[in-house]
Write a new protein. Structure first.
Length: 515
């Protein structure tokens, strides 16, 4: 079994000139794969191959690409057991958390195949300007060419392949760089796409250290979608700015949940426990802090503590075996420990959990804290682990103020008896998504965009913008019936200028008609 320090060392070894990538199962510590690791030159070659393959892929049209992606959906469903096992092995997540990744990606393959022809169709508008009378005015969408997708380890399918799907449907080829800790499920997606007939170089997986492979992608692709930490996202944005590369960034979160006094506390507690601890709390939109109105505080805490105490943690395996799996990244386990130490030193109480589990694998007990406040890291910085800090507040106003007291703004939950009241509160939150009487559900609303406010990101996935961002736009104006010259062409003359003057006054000279 690899110790935390050994796993650190091994991960670091991929950041130098090493040419292989070792993959561990965090639940057992056993090495499960060793893959070739690309250097900069190899990454650039991959981008060249993807670029050469793109025109043929684009030429298939929405119909041809959609048919292949629907075949990929069938492949994914037929191979789901193998993919689930791979996800559990490389990430340490339970069967059900892996199954959710299959659900999302299978759904997304059909969703984007269906929506792309509509959301990327030419948009015809009737021009309003008298200067464009009779013209055809069209907004066109064209694929960028090669899209780079760089993904994190917490959702090796959803936040990696999942973001490649709309890019592919838009007619781009994709080079995906998965996190070094979890490259295997992306390799399976490459295998699946080839098996259903997608040309080999249309989707390529670039394995290797972020600083080398990810950085080379930023220098070579035509558009970049990044999901990961705010720290790395900022660095990539700076690098991308040097060549004006279009980027979208899906970054960290510190998502609040507000429980108002009249909420259904049984549902709120169930949602808090699942929303904070599913996938071991390693979800960008995990509930990371809870604010409960005084009147509901004690019963809510009692319910949460009781429910968390009953959770089963252990190495993933068959369906229904465990609720919480392993911590995927050793660095993350250290961070969770640091946040807990800091909170306890500043007066917090650990109600349940609170430590690493001894023995095989990397496990951190699901942990509930009370007596927390905003002087503590656990209430202000992303923890990204199985922790649930709960804070008592005196009023709805205080809950909103504290929820907004953050550099991040990804998702948020509000619980109240009256959904309209909860919605009113949700609309006051500074987060790119908010959900009423539920947790994390925003991610399944693929029809509308989801992305971060503040330091949680730039741009969005899902909705029209979730596929239009993978396309260049062309503004096309077609003049069909015309005189030899326009009013505003050379030579400038007194007569034409006077006429334009008259038009300005006649068309725009009036104020509001209300008075
Ligand atoms: P990370 O350390 O930022 O890494 C993300 C990806 O970037 C990995 O593939 C990594 O490669 C690569 N990378 C690292 N340094 C790079 C560089 N200098 N140039 C180019 N690429 C580089 O994040 P993580 O620890 O994997 O993921 C956890 C974070 O992701 C959390 O903050 C979480 O909130 C966030 N997240 C956000 C969303 C969202 O939708 N907003 C979704 C999921 C996760 P290596 O693995 O080789 O280092």
């Amino acid at each position: 079994m690899a110790t935390t320090e050994q796993r650190h060392e091994q991960h670091r070894s991929t950041a130098g000139p090493a040419r292989t990538l070792k993959v561990d199962n965090p639940a057992t510590g056993a090495q499960i794969a060793e893959l070739p690791s690309l250097d900069r030159k190899g990454t650039l070659e991959l981008v060249d191959r993807a670029r050469a393959a793109q025109p043929e892929w684009d030429a298939l049209g929405f119909r041809g690409r959609g048919a292949l992606l629907r075949d990929m959906r069938r492949w994914l469903v037929q191979n789901r057991k193998r993919v689930i096992r791979t996800l559990s092995d490389e990430n340490g997540k339970p069967y059900e958390d892996a199954q959710l990744e299959i659900f999302y990606c299978a759904d997304a393959l059909g969703f984007w195949a269906k929506k792309a022809p509509k959301w990327l169709a030419d948009e015809h508008e009737r021009p309003h300007s008298p200067l464009l009378l009779g013209r055809k005015v069209v907004n066109r969408y064209l694929p960028y060419g090669v899209v780079g997708v760089i993904g994190p380890w917490n959702y090796p399918l959803i936040n990696n392949f999942g973001d490649a799907i709309p890019a592919l449907m838009a007619g781009n080829s994709v080079v995906l760089k998965p996190a070094s800790l979890t490259p295997l499920s992306s390799m399976l997606m490459q295998e699946g796409l080839r098996a259903v007939g997608v040309p080999d170089d249309v989707f390529l997986v670039a394995n290797g250290p972020g600083g080398t492979v990810g950085s080379a992608l930023v220098d070579a692709v035509d558009m970049l979608h990044f999901t990961g930490s705010t720290e790395v996202g900022k660095r990539l944005a700076e690098q991308a700015a040097r060549r004006l590369l279009p980027v979208t960034l899906e970054l960290g979160g510190k998502d609040p949940m507000i429980v108002l006094r009249d909420a259904n506390l049984e549902r709120a507690a169930n949602a808090a426990v699942w929303g904070a601890l599913q996938n071991g709390g390693q979800t960008c939109i995990s509930i990371e802090r809870v604010y409960v109105e005084s009147e509901a505080y004690e019963p809510f805490v009692a319910k949460v503590v009781e429910k968390v105490g009953r959770l089963r943690q252990g190495a993933p395996g068959a369906a229904g075996k465990v609720d919480i799996g392993a911590v995927t990244s050793p660095e993350q386990a250290d961070l969770v420990e640091e946040h807990l130490r800091d909170a306890v030193e500043r007066g917090a109480t650990i109600e349940v959990g609170g430590k690493r589990r001894a023995g095989t694998g990397l496990f951190f007990e699901p942990t509930v804290l009370t007596g927390v406040d905003h002087s503590m890291k656990i209430m202000r910085e992303e923890t990204f682990g199985p922790t649930l800090p709960i804070m008592r507040v005196d009023s709805e106003e205080e809950a909103v103020r504290l929820a907004n007291d953050s550099d991040m703004g990804l998702d948020a939950s509000v619980f109240a008896k009256d959904p309209a009241h909860a919605e009113h509160v949700a609309r006051r939150l500074q987060s790119g998504a908010a959900v009423v009487n539920d947790a994390l559900a925003n991610y399944f609303a693929m029809e509308i965009p989801i992305g971060g406010m503040k330091e949680s990101g730039v741009g969005a996935r899902h909705g029209r913008i979730g596929i239009q961002k993978y396309a260049k736009r062309q503004n096309l104006v077609v003049t069909r019936f015309a005189l030899n010259r326009e009013l505003y062409y050379f030579p400038y003359s007194k007569g034409a200028t006077k006429l334009t003057e008259w038009l300005i006054v006649a068309l725009f000279g009036r104020g509001s008609r209300r008075r």
